[in-house]
Structure formats: C-alpha cells, structure tokens
Write a protein that binds this ligand. Sequence first.
Ligand SMILES: NC(=O)C1=CN([C@@H]2O[C@H](COP(=O)(O)OP(=O)(O)OC[C@H]3O[C@@H](n4cnc5c(N)ncnc54)[C@H](OP(=O)(O)O)[C@@H]3O)[C@@H](O)[C@H]2O)[C@@H](O)CC1
Ligand SMILES: Nc1ncnc2c1ncn2[C@@H]1O[C@H](COP(=O)(O)OP(=O)(O)O)[C@@H](O)[C@H]1O
Ligand SMILES: [K+]
Length: 505
Amino acid sequence: MNPLAVLSAKEMRAAEQAAINGGVASAALMETAGKQVAEVAKQEWSKRPVAVICGPGNNGGDGFVAARLLAEAEWPVKVVRVCDRETLKGDAKLMADLYEGEVSEFDANALAGVGLIIDAIFGTGLTRPIEGDVKTALEAINAHPAPVLSVDIPSGVSTDEGAVLGFAIQAARTVTFHAKQPAHLLFPGRALCGVVDVVDIGITGEFDAKIFENHPSLWGARFPRPSWMGHKYERGHVMCVSGGPMSTGAARLAAEGALRIGAGLVTMLSPSAAAPVHASHLTSIMLREANTADEIAGHMQDAEKSNLVTIIGPATGVSEQTRDKTLAILNSSAGAVLDADALTSFAGQPDALFDVLRPDDVLTPHTGEFSRLFSVEMKDGGKLDAARAASKKAGCIVVLKGPDTIIAAPDGLAIINSNAPPDLATAGSGDVLAGLIAGLKAQGMGGFEAAAAGVWFHGACGQTIGPGLIAEDLPKAVPSVLRQLLKPLQEQDDGLTSQQGAQQQ
Ligand SMILES: NC(=O)C1=CN([C@@H]2O[C@H](COP(=O)(O)OP(=O)(O)OC[C@H]3O[C@@H](n4cnc5c(N)ncnc54)[C@H](OP(=O)(O)O)[C@@H]3O)[C@@H](O)[C@H]2O)[C@@H](O)CC1
Ligand SMILES: Nc1ncnc2c1ncn2[C@@H]1O[C@H](COP(=O)(O)OP(=O)(O)O)[C@@H](O)[C@H]1O
Ligand SMILES: [K+]
C-alpha cells in the first residue's frame, strides 16, 4: 500500500478484516500492536513507573499487551481500567486474562508516582462524546505532569474528523497501526497526537485508498522541469487579473509566485487606472490593460498560442464586475485558478459559477470564503468531508486552506497537507499560493497535482524562511526549495541515463 495512504476508521477495520481473512489471527494483530507500543515506550523513555489506562474495547486490549510486555522487561507497571471488567470481550478479554499483574479501577490515586501514562482507553471505536467518570479520568491524565503515549489515537479524538468529542487526551506521542488516519493530520486532532509513529502490525495487501498525506512522491514524477531545447513559450503563460489602483499588491504576489515556480510568461491584466502602479513595480512580468469582462475575454485568446492559466480574485473586489470577469475566463479556453474575491462574488448565487467550472479548474478558498460560497458552517473536524463534498458539487478541484489544507477532487480523491508552518498565516501568503498553483498548471500539471504540489511548495517555502516571514519572501524562497526538490529527481534521471549509456556500449 502507498505509505502516504490515509485510512478512515471503516477502512482500517476493512484492512484488518482482509488480513484476518488472509489467515492472520486477530489476536496476533493485537499482540503485535501492543508489542509495538511497548517498543516505542522503551525507545523514547527510560525505564520508569508506567500506568497503562485501558478502555472497554480493543484499544484497551492493545494496552493489556503493552502492559504485559513492559512488565516482562521489568518496568514497574500499573494497569488501570476505565470500564467494568465484564464489558471486555473477544481479543481484549483474552489479553486482559493474559495479564498477570494487578488491575485497579481509576480513582484519585491511580496516577500517583507514575512517569509515563499509556492511553489505551478509546481508539477507532469512539462513538459518542466523552462524559461522566471517563471524562474525569481523562481530565486527571491531562492534569498529570507525566508524558502520555496514546495507542492509535488520543482518546476522545474522532478518527475520521480529528475533532474532540467532549474531551480529549493531549499526548506527547501517538503510536498508530498500518496507516495514518485523518485525525493524525487534521486539527485539532493533529495537535493532540504529538509525534506520530506509524508501525507495521502485519497487515498486508493492496487497499484502494482515497485519501493521502501530501508529499512529493505523489506528484514529483510529473513536476515540470525545463528541457534543454525548450523555450519560454513551452513553459506556459499565467495571466493575473488585478484590482484597482489602491489594491494592486495581491495580484503582484500571485504573479511573482507563478513566475518563480517556472511559468515561461506572466502577464498582469490591470485596470487602466492601476497600470501606472504596476508599471513602477514590474520588470519581468508583462503588463496589459483590461478594464472590462470583454477586454479580459480578448486577452484569453492568447490561450491559442501557449498553455494559458488565469488567476482572478486576489484583491479584485467583491462585485458584479469581478463576477463577469471570472465568467469571461471560464467561458474561454484558458485554465483558471479562482481565489478570494472571485469566490465571494458568487456567494448567494453559486450555481452561476458551478455551472461553468471545468474539472481541472482550481478554487482556493480559506474557510471564510468556503463557507460563503458553499453555504456551509465550518466546524472543527468537518474540513475533509466538506472539501470533498464541495469539490463534487463545484465539479472542480477545491483547495480548502488552513494549517491542514485539503486538496479535493470531484471523484473523491483528497490530499491532506502537513508541512505548512504557522508563519504562513500572514497577509498575502494565500495570493502567492494561487500563483504557485497557476504556474504549475500552466507548465502542464493537471489541476489536482498542481494544487497539491503548489500547497506543498508553499509549506516548504514557509519552512525555509521561518519566523519573520512576510508574503513577499515566499516567491524568493522558491529557488532553494526547487533545488532541494529537483536534486533527487535529477539524480534519478542521471542514474537512468548512465544505465542506458552502459547498456548501449
Ligand atoms: N484496525 C486494526 O487493524 C487493529 C485495531 N486494533 C485496536 O483496536 C482499536 C479499535 O477497537 P474497538 O473497535 O474495539 O474500539 P475502541 O476504540 O477500543 O472502543 C470501543 C469501546 O468503547 C466504547 N465507547 C465508545 N465511545 C465511548 C464513550 N464516549 N464513552 C464510553 N464508552 C465508549 C464502546 O462502547 P459501545 O459504543 O459499544 O457502547 C466500545 O466498548 C483500535 O483503535 C486499535 O487500538 C489493534 O488491536 C489491532 C489491529
Ligand atoms: N496556522 C497556519 N499554519 C499553516 N498555514 C497556515 C495557517 N494559517 C493559514 N495558513 C496558510 O496561509 C495561507 C493564507 O491564505 P489566505 O487566508 O488566503 O490569506 P491572504 O488572503 O492574506 O493571502 C493559506 O495557504 C493557508 O493554508
Ligand atoms: K487511545
């Protein structure tokens, strides 16, 4: 299975069942899961008194295995149950029976003197909000100074959404099995996991995953590189629609993003009143006047000369005019990246937009713009489903931005980004992202891959700059990230070329 695949709770159960159908005993899977938890505890912490807190299901079963193996390694172990003994069944009961030490019920003294807490209370089987005695136990765990190692997922976090159901454990580290689940990548779940270890427990076989964690190995093979004999017209053309004279910076940031990521030509389409402002700033980016939707449509005819992608939205203003200009782009043969005001201009009449979007067009809303356009209230943990549903509804690629940006395609495929530092939460950074995506799309990447690559690049540039980042820095960081990304790909190519040479000799 692709190591970047992200599985839902249902898919995890299906993968587990497929392994069992293939001849692996379910108790063997639990034994390996508990063993891996004990191994991580031993690797990460010195020997110390450990409390293993076990819940009523198989997550608790993993806890009993870890407790047995840590006790065998002569760790001082205390097992604490947060359920009635009678509720344990199947493999969890088997593992509880195999544990020979004392098991107590959770009370005020349960955590006295411990230096590590293993949270095996709830995993993928959490079905309702945490309350009552269980909540009291979780609160006591979070209030205790010892670090927490969570089994599979911090108890209280919903696997498929990453939302807190009532109350949740704050872990220092989380050991999960076979593949990550959405909650390991989506906030607030991601922050509650601490460091995530994905460990093998013997589940093999292919799985038709629909969700992936963003990484160059998903799209690196299609990442554009200039060819020896190439010229600028082969590297695509990005046009960027500017706002009025007092709102020109956002469009320039987008244009610079597109140029830096390798678009052969970038042209600013500016209202006449704003053209002198752009003229005093732009050098390698070309400038043309375009005041009306008809004039924008005229410029879109350049799509016949080279692969043209047009960005509209960054500081273009929320207006009927922006709506008409957007429709002019979508009714031409130019590709489109729609951001900010181009999206909000269709709030209240989204069908006028959805009716003309094409499958490869890209929308890049932040959660506010998303809520306005798709008329959904964003709630914690609802992001993945919301982005996938929106993509299907709009019939194009949707990039729902934030610390855990989702890239969704109408066929249900989705990528969750995980490399963006919080320094990116600064004015204009989203404008640069629109430019990066458009620049990659103009160079021939499909909308979904261009969006995933652009979002990853944006995060990598953010990391390169770090604290103090302003949006203007992002395009300048592109060359060093490009160098890092393309070097391993170049080495692969060189290896291939020398092998071919050796074969020919
Ligand atoms: N998939 C795999 O490959 C492998 C999975 N493995 C492990 O199995 C784990 C999943 O196990 P699981 O399905 O038994 O669910 P789990 O999370 O233990 O909890 C279910 C129990 O909690 C209860 N309950 C729920 N919500 C509650 C609440 N708010 N407050 C109170 N009670 C609540 C619920 O009760 P019910 O809803 O039925 O009333 C039920 O009794 C998975 O995370 C991993 O650790 C590994 O062993 C091996 C390979
Ligand atoms: N806390 C955060 N951590 C990481 N990235 C973030 C965070 N907040 C915002 N971002 C990223 O910063 C960019 C902000 O874009 P946007 O909200 O459109 O701002 P602007 O319109 O000012 O450009 C998006 O790419 C988003 O994913
Ligand atoms: K847990």
